[in-house]
Design a protein around this ligand. Structure first.
Ligand SMILES: Cc1cc2nc3c(=O)[nH]c(=O)nc-3n(C[C@H](O)[C@H](O)[C@H](O)COP(=O)(O)OP(=O)(O)OC[C@H]3O[C@@H](n4cnc5c(N)ncnc54)[C@H](O)[C@@H]3O)c2cc1C
Length: 58
């Protein structure tokens, strides 16, 4: 069983999957301030930037 915040800052959440169509967001996936609202914002911005970057490169 996972303890709360056990996987915070895990690099696997910063990568895209399934041929760059699946990204993770949410405070528990943040590289900084995981578990807090700052982490929610950081992870949301990271995922949104990744999605837009992929769209722009198509
Ligand atoms: C009691 C409490 C007090 C807190 N106080 C603070 C504080 O003072 N300062 C601070 O920085 N942080 C605080 N936090 C932490 C902060 O609330 C979280 O870090 C933040 O809300 C995480 O945002 P999130 O968007 O990552 O996840 P969430 O806010 O959990 O959002 C996830 C959303 O996904 C939805 N969802 C889940 N499963 C599905 C599904 N299958 N399909 C569609 N939608 C789904 C959920 O309904 C939810 O709306 C507190 C947390 C708690 C519980």
């Amino acid at each position: 069983m996972l303890a709360p915040h056990q996987n915070n800052r895990n690099i696997v959440y910063a990568k895209a999957y399934m041929g760059n169509i699946l990204w993770w967001a949410g405070t528990e996936t943040a590289q900084q301030y995981g578990g807090y609202m700052d982490g929610m914002v950081e992870s949301g911005l990271r995922a949104a930037h990744a999605v837009f970057k992929r769209w722009l490169n198509q």
